[in-house]
Design a protein around this ligand. Structure first.
Ligand code: ADP
Ligand code: MG
Length: 698
């Protein structure tokens, strides 16, 4: 494969547009993309027509507005280009109007009450900043996909893209103010960037099909601990199996065609777990691409007789999957604002942005935590495999040392072999490569970007990007105002850094985030430790949250309340599905299997008794099986009772709490008995594949 030829071949990219669009149309569209100037109708018509011709030449018959409703996945409704003519034939047509706006019936998407059922119309609006692309399926069918935002008749956002675009504007605006106040006139635009590292599991499709829990809940609800797990540490970065490599090869090819820059692939820590990382992009395109990554992983896996599991915790007792969100800010003239740089001038700028982020994260740790909350992630956060639910920042010794020196007003500091001068006026030359790594930190500075490591593997990255952009914008806003008024920029810069370190230095922690001592230490520091999704979601509609979202025009109070309801409902629904699936499996698979075993044993015992042979072993096993079965039956009843109660609660918040405290707990207790039964029941009678099968038969 000639990757350079394949890459982006299905993208209506800048270079394609330059080729197929008349010069004035191309320029006009570019202005819309870069300056947000409204697109003229005649320009849209020309673009639409060119897009259609390009797509048809590549085999497309249909187009779709591609959007990201609050389900967390993507949605598409395909329309063909055909338009009947009077003579009974058809022509292929695509107008500017069709490109710019769609009107899907939105009544079946989550709206949290924003869209009354009598006004079921929703609107999709073309996002000109994310290029249109073609999706190809296995049989070669091609569909033109137009990335769009999705809102209600009353213009409330019903999707993940709209707030993301708004947050990008906010962060850009206030970051620019800082740049201007610090004397930078060359930079015209700033964009937030993201590179999400995607973890996932693969499992054999035939085995997957035998597990109702994997099929319906995305995770195993039962399964005894296998003799081997991840303790040999032989999986991480290990040689990749041929079957998996074949899958990765196909996955890359599909992603590259759509312009997704899949770059890194490797085995992850758990058996049958892998990771893929792209080259970073602007947060908007990065978020679109991550959705494509997840979707394409699932699709391509099936072509290889595999199923891709994106759930945060498919298997108990084994590492789950997350998504490390690498985030930074880029300027249109090629700067990375989180790159320490070489000169004191760059460094003043860097230190201002860095300390602004320290302030932002400390003040809004609850919001950041909330952005990573979902029922799947509750299994990971704080479970010694993923960062704890406590947000802290890892800066590495060197940067921490420098910031602390500034805080204390020290003029110079030496550390290691590099002598770092810290002047009050001229800030120091900083180490360019911060090679320190701390794998346990939820928010780590990794050289020239921050890595937010809490996000779940199945989640859309948009929510966390929105919060990162917004809290950054908010901190930048306050600092910009000070700098704009300052008579002496250097002095003001130094005092800003100093003040932030005094007030927010508590959020910096370079030690082991998995340790119990840290949990205690963090408590002393006053850092929040929000353990569950239900609690985390409460911060979405807190006064602070509403004020900030509204101030930066990212989401209104109405929109936030709608999201709060939707996310809590999703949480409750997920656990409801899990509970029903668990009950189904126990009643129709596990208990009948154990009953069969019990009957077999009883038969054996009576036969053996006839010939006066000892039945000690069989009797013990029989008694153990029966007592576990009785216990499990009681727990089935218990789970059913709790489930019914939870289902009857109408207040979303109370209902979600009941699912967490009662239903989830009852499910876990039932699992214990079933897993114990698995350990003593003959393999050929056990009705579903075991953990060893699922994790090692690949
Ligand atoms: P590691 O696992 O060591 O952190 P990886 O190479 O797996 O490193 O992933 C790093 C990710 O960070 C990649 O997706 C990369 O594109 C992304 N990244 C690098 N620079 C930036 C940046 N300036 N902004 C956002 N993401 C970035
Ligand atoms: Mg990585």
């Amino acid at each position: 494969m000639d990757v350079t030829q394949v890459f982006g071949k299905n993208v209506f990219s800048d270079s394609v547009m330059r080729k197929v669009l008349p010069n004035n149309v191309y320029k006009s569209l570019k202005e819309t993309v870069e300056k947000g100037i409204e697109l003229k109708a005649d320009v849209a018509d020309v673009v639409a027509n060119a897009m259609k011709d390009w797509a048809i030449e590549k085999g497309a018959t249909h187009y779709t507005h591609w959007f990201q409703p609050l389900t967390g996945s993507t949605a598409e409704k395909h329309d063909s280009f055909i338009e009947p003519s009077a003579d009974g034939t058809v022509i292929m047509k695509f107008s500017g109007k069709q490109l710019i706006k769609g009107e899907p019936d939105a009544s079946s998407f989550p709206s949290g009450g924003l869209r009354a059922t009598f006004e079921a119309r929703g609107y999709t609006a073309w996002d000109t900043t994310s290029p249109a692309f073609l999706k190809e399926d296995a049989s070669g069918d091609v569909t033109l996909c137009i990335p769009t935002a999705f809102c209600s008749y009353t213009s409330d956002a019903l999707d993940k893209k709209t707030p993301l675009l708004r947050s990008m504007e906010a962060v850009s605006k206030h970051a620019m103010r800082i740049m201007n106040a610090m004397g930078n006139t060359a930079t015209k635009r700033i964009t937030s960037t993201v590179g999400p590292e995607q973890e996932y599991f693969l499992v054999d499709k035939d085995l997957f099909d035998k597990r109702l829990d994997l099929m319906l809940a995305g995770r195993t609800l039962f399964g005894a601990t296998p003799p081997k797990g991840q303790e040999m540490e032989d999986q991480y970065f290990g040689a990749i199996k041929d079957r998996v490599l074949d899958f990765m090869k196909d996955l890359n090819a599909e992603l590259w065609k759509m312009g997704v820059s899949s770059k890194t692939q490797h085995n992850e820590v758990a058996p049958a777990q892998y990771e893929m990382a792209p080259v970073f992009a602007t947060t908007n395109i990065g978020a679109d691409h991550n959705q494509l990554v997840m979707e394409t992983m699932k699709k391509v896996a099936l072509r290889h007789g595999l199923v891709c599991l994106l759930h945060e915790k498919p298997y108990a007792g084994i590492n789950g999957s997350g998504k490390h969100l690498n985030w930074s800010l880029a300027t249109d003239d090629g700067m990375n604002l989180l790159d320490p740089g070489n000169t004191p001038h760059d460094n003043a700028q860097f230190l201002v942005f860095l300390s602004a982020l320290i302030k932002a994260v400390d003040e809004n740790a609850d919001m950041l935590r909330r952005s990573a909350a979902n029922s799947g992630n509750d299994h990971r956060l704080g479970a010694n495999e993923a960062p704890p639910a406590i947000i802290s920042i890892f800066l590495g010794d060197e940067l921490t040392h420098i910031l602390e020196a500034i805080e204390k007003g020290e003029k110079a500091s030496s550390k290691g072999s590099n002598f770092i001068k810290i002047g009050v006026d001229a800030l120091p030359a900083l180490p360019k490569d911060n090679t320190d790594r701390n794998r346990t930190s939820p928010f780590a500075f990794t050289g020239n970007k921050f890595e937010f490591r809490m996000v779940g593997s199945a989640a859309s990255v948009s929510g966390s990007c929105v919060v990162l952009n917004m809290i950054a914008a908010d901190a930048f806003d306050g600092i910009a105002t000070r700098l704009e008024k300052a008579k002496d920029i250097n002095k003001e810069t130094t005092s800003i850094v100093k003040e932030i370190m005094k007030k927010h230095g508590r959020v910096i922690f370079n030690g082991n985030n998995y340790s119990d001592e840290w949990v205690k230490d963090a408590k002393k520091r006053g850092l929040p430790n929000i353990k569950s999704t239900v609690d985390a979601l409460q911060t979405l509609t807190s006064d602070k949250s509403i004020k900030m979202f509204e101030k930066h025009a990212i989401l209104s109070k109405r929109e936030l309340h709608a999201r709060y309801d939707i996310y809590l409902e999703q949480y409750a629904k997920q656990i409801n599905i899990e509970a029903l699936t668990a009950l189904d499996m126990v009643k129709s698979q596990y208990l009948p299997a154990v009953m069969e075993f019990v009957a077999q044993l009883a038969g054996d015992i009576s036969t053996l008794k006839d010939i006066s042979v000892s039945t000690k072993v069989q009797s013990e096993l029989l008694n153990k099986s029966i007592s576990l079965m009785e216990s499990a039956s009681k727990k089935v009843f218990d789970l059913e009772k709790n489930l019914e109660k939870a289902q009857g609660i109408s207040d979303v918040s109370k209902q979600a709490k009941a699912y967490r405290d009662k239903v989830f707990t009852a499910m876990g207790s039932l699992r214990e008995d079933i897993d114990s039964l698995e350990a003593i029941t003959p393999r050929d009678l056990w009705p579903v594949p075991t953990y060893a099968d699922l994790l090692f038969k690949l």
